[in-house]
Design a binder for this molecule. Structure first.
Ligand SMILES: Nc1ncnc2c1ncn2[C@@H]1O[C@H](COP(=O)(O)OP(=O)(O)OP(=O)(O)O)[C@@H](O)[C@H]1O
Ligand SMILES: [Mg+2]
Length: 386
């Protein structure tokens, strides 16, 4: 089980000093625009390696007008027992660092092993209207939450692609160097594509069995590498990719980009029941499809890793009709995951009143709402043991 018992924010975005002890499994954060709802979810999303739910730059995280540093500290119940995980600015460099029980972890995988988080953000409402970069990021996040090594694979791949682009742009015919980079691209692209393919296959199987209030979505990859991996051994696909990269050098040099590689992958969702592709679905239908994917993903992590990830839902009710909203609240109450859900208006959350705590956000603080579970009285205490 994964539970957040205490969260402390120090000079993080609009929060000067916040200590929050969630008691109920579901927490509602509501408040007007700019009151700090997304900032708090973002802080939680930074408890796992990566750039968090906004993909923010480190420079944007310290509170403006503050002393310069920032920190997010959490006391969690993890599979290793009570654990504290902290993250914050590295005073020496433009990067963030982690602390695990007060000490520097050996590597980020030590953190990723203990915490997982999945999120839904209002930006995802545009996933099917905008370019493939957003969909690829979405897909890679899904993979990453299950296979933490995927991030490193993609980073190495992108570095090799960038180096090859530069070499080609400079017009240098350094064959040995180019061949070395193309070999690296081929290996990382095949490993990354295999991980994406495996995620899509597992998630599709899970969505079929998860059958709930939200439409079952099927994920399809638009990716020649993944297509080949479905029928050919990985080594053969690497050879094909290496040969293709070599043959494309002149064309890639002229285009300034690489036509082959894992960065070219696109991803599509289809409503399995109606056969409607997400791009043709209505705004609310798209949102419902995405919620279905996020919930199934959370369930897949729970079954694969033995604990449900933190579920961070930023304004999930926007675009949903009353029936779908009711369905969402009912799904949330039946999940094992600790869930933090936001919205501008407390009233839409009232059906959750007996099962959730609720807090009004604003002024860098959280103000408990008495219509929901009161922490001191009715809440079920979080079990201390595993
Ligand atoms: N580094 C920072 N320092 C201080 N304030 C910041 C920083 N970064 C963002 N903010 C401010 O924090 C405020 C709260 O932002 P947040 O995105 O959490 O609001 P929200 O409650 O989610 O609003 P909405 O309903 O519009 O989504 C914003 O006014 C934003 O300008
Ligand atoms: Mg927000």
């Amino acid at each position: 089980m994964l539970r957040l018992n205490r969260l402390t924010l120090t000079d993080f975005r609009g929060y000067t000093a916040l200590t929050w002890r969630p008691v109920a499994r579901i927490s509602v954060l509501f408040g007007p625009n700019g009151s700090g709802k997304t900032n708090l979810l973002e802080a939680l999303s930074l408890l796992v390696p990566g750039r968090g739910l906004r993909g923010a730059r480190n420079a944007d995280l310290p509170r403006q007008g503050g002393p310069g540093g920032w920190a997010v500290n959490a006391r969690l119940h993890t599979q290793d027992g009570e654990t504290s995980i902290g993250t914050g600015a590295d005073p020496e460099a433009d990067r963030r660092v982690f602390r695990l029980d007060g000490a520097a972890p050996r590597n980020q995988a030590d953190i990723a092993r203990l915490v997982a988080a999945v999120w839904l953000t209002p930006q995802m409402d545009r996933l099917f209207q905008e370019g493939l970069a957003g969909r690829r990021r979405f897909l890679d996040r899904l993979v990453w939450a299950l296979e933490p090594g995927h991030a490193r694979e993609m980073a190495s791949h992108d570095t090799a692609v960038g180096s090859r682009n530069r070499l080609l742009a400079e017009g240098r015919q350094d064959r040995a160097w180019l061949a070395g980079l193309e070999d690296a691209i081929a290996r990382h692209a095949v490993a990354a594509s295999a991980a994406r393919l495996s995620l899509a296959t597992r998630l599709n199987a899970h969505i079929q069995t998860a059958a709930g209030a939200f439409p079952a979505a099927r994920i399809d990859l638009a990716c020649p590498i993944a297509e080949r991996l479905a029928t050919e051994p990985a080594l053969a696909v690497e050879d094909w990719l290496r040969a293709g990269l070599e043959a494309n050098r002149a064309r890639d040099a002229a285009a300034g980009t690489s036509a082959l590689g894992a960065h070219r992958t696109d991803m599509w969702l289809t409503d399995v029941t109606t056969g409607t592709p997400a791009a043709l679905a209505s705004t609310g239908q798209q949102k419902a499809l995405l919620i279905g994917v996020i919930l199934a993903h959370s369930g897949l992590i729970a079954s694969a890793r033995g604990f449900a990830p933190l579920l961070l839902l930023d304004e999930p009710a926007v675009h949903l009709d009353a029936d779908r909203r009711a369905a969402l609240w009912s799904v949330l109450t039946s999940l094992p995951a600790q869930t933090i859900v936001t919205g501008t208006d407390a009233d839409i959350f009232l059906p959750l009143a007996g099962q959730a705590e609720a807090f009004a956000t604003g002024g860098g603080a959280l103000h408990p709402d008495g219509r929901f579970i009161r922490p001191e009285a009715e809440a079920t205490p979080v079990p201390a043991a595993r």
